[in-house]
Design a protein around this ligand. Structure first.
Ligand code: C2E
Ligand code: CA
Ligand code: CA
Ligand code: CA
Length: 280
């Protein structure tokens, strides 16, 4: 057995083997899942804080595993990234999100079109054909480029390669907007705001969580909103769970928000009912 510390002999070998085994199983399952289309999307409303009107939707992937049930993204996205399977999964997410948004917008004829936000991982940005993929997803769905928002994490922008910036510029040239996800959690949040063609800042849930009981969190949140305004970026607060957080954020002029207070991520069918309530 492996030695751990001075005199402690760890007994975790069988457990490690088991976890390795599980990992391999999950990888095989994930490969199958791609072939069998076991993924589903949920859509979480993003609302205008002043009016509480729905302005757009964030597409969030789920894996409907045949034996294990619904697997949340944090349990398979890292593995999908490691194995490269995020490429076909991410392509499906992008196409499906555009398709659904185009359908809802067609049905909402006359109203301001909804935006749809899609999360992209760094592995997808390493692909030279990403801009063409985005263009094809828009063309095939009929969704106008201005309705699509691509969400990127800070870490992706911090360790970026030179081609990444070029690819993002190409995607922006289509008319698609870029958002920085989980803003404030990275190490050099400010430097890249200058270098990247970003349109939207998403304030991380950890700030919103503490806004009511930690003056420092409230001050930082208001500071981020003001930074966004100064740079003419939209701000979206993530993870709003109560009315107190909403009033604090709306009072600070945060433009948009999402969270369980408004709605959880919903199935397409549930969203149909929300957007087009059946008449009684
Ligand atoms: P994220 O992009 O930061 O997405 C927000 C997460 O917060 C979602 O978790 C959402 O369900 C959750 N959330 C929203 N409002 C609230 C709230 O009021 N309270 C709490 N406690 N949570 C809230 P989810 O769906 O489990 O997704 C987790 C992460 O997985 C996402 O974080 C994103 O980084 C990643 N992810 C999801 N879908 C995709 C995808 O299609 N592609 C990639 N690359 N990553 C994805
Ligand atoms: Ca996101
Ligand atoms: Ca986020
Ligand atoms: Ca987050």
């Amino acid at each position: 057995a492996k030695k751990q510390g001075k005199d402690q002999v760890a007994v975790f070998e069988p457990a490690m083997r088991e976890s390795f085994q599980k990992h391999l199983e999950l990888e095989a399952d994930l490969r199958r899942a791609v072939l069998r289309h076991e993924f589903e999307l949920r859509f979480q409303p993003i609302v205008r804080l002043r009016t509480e009107e729905i302005s757009g939707l964030e597409a969030l992937v789920r894996w409907q595993h045949p034996e294990r049930g619904m697997i949340p993204p944090l349990e398979f996205i890292p593995l999908a990234e490691e194995t490269g399977l995020i490429v076909p999964i991410g392509e499906w997410v992008l196409r499906e999100a555009c398709r659904q948004a185009a359908r809802w917008n067609a049905q909402r004829d006359g109203q301001t079109p909804l935006t749809v936000s899609v999360n992209l991982s760094a592995v997808q940005l390493e692909r030279a054909d990403l801009p063409q993929l985005v263009e094809a997803a828009l063309a095939d769905s009929g969704l106008p480029a201005k309705c699509l928002i691509i969400e990127l994490t800070e870490s992706l922008l911090v360790d970026h390669r030179p081609e990444t910036l070029r690819r993002l510029e190409e995607i922006k040239a289509l008319g698609v907007r870029l958002a920085i996800d989980d803003f404030g959690t990275g190490y050099s949040s400010l430097a890249y705001l200058r270098n990247f063609p970003v349109d939207i800042i998403k304030i991380d849930k950890s700030f919103v969580d503490d806004i009511g009981d930690m003056p420092a969190a409230a001050a930082l949140t208001l500071g981020i909103i003001q930074l966004g305004q100064a740079l003419q970026l939209s701000t979206v607060a993530e993870g709003i769970e109560d009315a107190g957080q909403l009033s604090e954020l709306a009072g600070g002029n945060c433009e948009l928000g999402q969270g369980y207070y408004f709605a959880e991520p919903l199935t397409a069918a549930a969203l149909d009912n929300l957007l087009f309530p059946p008449r009684e």
